[in-house]
Design a protein around this ligand. Sequence first.
Ligand code: SF4
Ligand code: SF4
Length: 431
Amino acid sequence: MSGASIEKGIEFIKEQIDASTASYFSSCVHCGLCAEACLFFNQTQDPRYIPINKVEPMRRIWEQEYTLWGRLKSALGLTQPVSEQDFADWEELVYDGCSLCGRCSLVCPVGNDISGMIRKIREGFAAAGHAPEGLIGATTRAIEIGSPMGVRLPAVKAQIGHVEDSIDLEIPLDKAGAEYMVLLSSMEIMNFPEYMEAVARIMHQAGKSWTISSKAFEATNSGIQIGVSDLARELVQRVVDAAEELGVKTVISPECGHAYTAIRWEGPNLIGRSYKFKVRHILEVLDEFRSQGLLKTQGLEEARLTYHDPCQIARKGGIVEHPRRLLDMVAKNFVEMPDAGAMNWCCSGGGGVSANERAEGLKLTAFKQKKAQLDAVKVDTLVTACANCRITLEEGLEHYEMDLPVVGLTEMIAEHLVDTSPETPAKENAQ
Ligand code: SF4
Ligand code: SF4
């Protein structure tokens, strides 16, 4: 982010224009389906928020640099190069008005990955110095401190100590040879320590060895949100180094949507090789334990509840049936929201929007899409599996004066675990 300039921004955007991106621009049939799929356009009806318009500076650069017609237009002065003003005008569309939810990419009839293009154009905007302050701050803290929220290791250790005391189970730190290495998001460490507690109790019941790494406890990858691949790579590398040093078999991505995309799908491409370990989302692990008979629950929630599919986990990660099978174990009155599953609407705070204070008003406007889904089912409890969604949902619900508790699915499962304490070792004997 240092040494930012418009020239550098344009150069970075040019570097992102590969064959598939070029084919996206030439194949767009201007049908407008991506507009209807986007919560930011839907709730504002502002044509600037039409998904394909958000990458218009990239399209212009492609046309002017790589097409005969574009070069001709430039030579005749019929089109102008992308300017400082263009970067200033589009910054808000590229960052505040897109949660990288991927819904537009799913509906495009010619298969344009618009969400992926917005992720790419952010590389140029960050290089041009046109990224939101909130995201710059989060990325700087992630690189310098190890956490976008500035959570340092002593604070993590303190939370671990509190959780250990409350459940009388060990939370292993830097345990070499453990089967699983559990990543956490800062949001969970500070706001939802019940997630850590739930994981400890579930692992204990399943008889699995696990650990948290003191060198790489943070799952969040702000480098991907802001669109700086070098920083994203550095953050992925920390996790890879820690996991390979400890010799774990599987790294578990927490209840955080974009962390899962970062470590599972973007990570190997960023570091240029495959990992020596598997990556699984916590819901995949819980569902595997369920299928192996290692997850034993008792009792059912009486409340009428529904499940919010986090975009990066369901639409982009394919984890749609797993949470429903898990909810079947513990919920009596589960109902689906309209458009649930792969076509679910974003909470409105993904893709770095929630870390961008400037986007607060737009985010709350876009939240009306989620409100409409919730109004249609009238539930008592909302369950989800992403700490960032959870915070965004809680803020939106409070803003629109909707009295609805939001619960993490891992935590809900842990609340129903069969008590195996008579047979289980105490804290000092835990695996
Ligand atoms: S849905 Fe695809 S083809 Fe239609 S306007 Fe959007 S990008 Fe173009
Ligand atoms: S990724 Fe989601 S928020 Fe971004 S433009 Fe597409 S539909 Fe809209």
